[in-house]
Write a protein that binds this ligand. Structure first.
Ligand SMILES: [Zn+2]
Length: 280
């Protein structure tokens, strides 16, 4: 299986690759710059060289960046969506320079307008970002917990954005197990799992499902609470994880852990072991 995890990029992105390697993560995900700051760095040639070296040393070929949390492409305020487009473009351009597989982002909130309008703005913003960052790096929509005005809380909504983008091959999707569960998709038995998989297949297509965020959920089913938990400490059953993650259309996807971690310092090799033991 292709299990990875969120890793700190403190000391440089090259260090994120080394941290992943130490923890036996095949796929690292990291922030490029501070997740709380609009002031995003542009990677320079020295940094790019260090990152290429780290990639070679670790043998890691697939990697993802998580976009700034502040970015809200669904907002009705142009100044907000402009900022989000700029931030995502910078991250995508950095990604191109280092051979990043993709940049994962949350679709954001429509702020009291409507889901449809919010999704249209997401598609418009993504178009601008993709045009400004030509290359190979994918721009990846992550499903939300469908809390309040948040868009992208089900695969029909995300599929609508893909339609608006004429299924641009660089626009793909990340399924977060905590978010799907908290937004109301249960997968503890084959009936509920088939509902989730049918929607993914119908609205997204398994070829466009790029990767998963694999997290347990502190919030209950349909609670719309976005709180990630360590495996076995949340409400997703081992049967649920097995049913979803071992499914033939899912099993080979990158699975990136974004959990507090049993040692409290983010996901580590210990969490990977627990996940693998659940999946046995
Ligand atoms: Zn996630």
């Amino acid at each position: 299986m292709n299990i990875g995890g969120f890793v700190s990029a403190s000391g440089g992105i090259d260090q994120a690759f080394h941290r992943a390697y130490t923890n036996e993560f095949l796929v690292p995900m990291f922030f490029i710059g501070s997740p709380q700051s609009w002031n995003l760095p542009v990677l320079n040639d020295v940094q790019i060289g260090q990152i290429q070296k780290a990639k070679k040393e670790t043998g890691i070929t697939q990697s993802y960046a998580h976009a700034l949390y502040l970015a809200n492409l669904a907002s009705p305020e142009k100044s907000i969506t402009d900022k989000a487009v700029k931030a995502l473009t910078t991250t995508m351009q950095n990604g191109e320079k280092i051979g990043l597989s993709g940049v994962i982002f949350h679709l954001g909130s429509h702020k009291g307008t409507s889901t449809e309008e919010g999704l249209k703005r997401v598609a418009q913003g993504m178009r601008l970002v993709l045009n400004a960052s030509p290359g190979q790096t994918h721009l990846i929509m992550e499903n939300s917990v469908a809390q309040k005005d948040k868009v992208g809380g089900n695969f029909q909504e995300i599929g609508y954005v893909l339609d608006l983008l004429d299924h641009d091959p660089r626009a793909t999707v990340c399924l977060d197990t905590c978010h799907t569960f908290a937004s109301g998709y249960d997968y503890k038995d084959s009936d509920s799992l088939s509902m989730l998989l049918t929607e993914v297949d119908k609205y997204i297509g398994f070829d466009r499902l790029e990767c998963l965020h694999v997290n347990d959920s502190q919030g209950a089913l349909d609670s719309h609470i976005d709180r990630h938990a360590n495996f076995g400490e949340g409400n997703i059953t081992p049967e649920g994880f097995r049913a979803l993650l071992l499914h033939p259309n899912i099993i080979d996807k990158p699975m990136i852990m974004e959990i507090p971690g049993v040692n409290g310092e983010g996901p580590s090799i210990e969490d990977k072991k627990i996940l693998l033991s659940i999946l046995k």
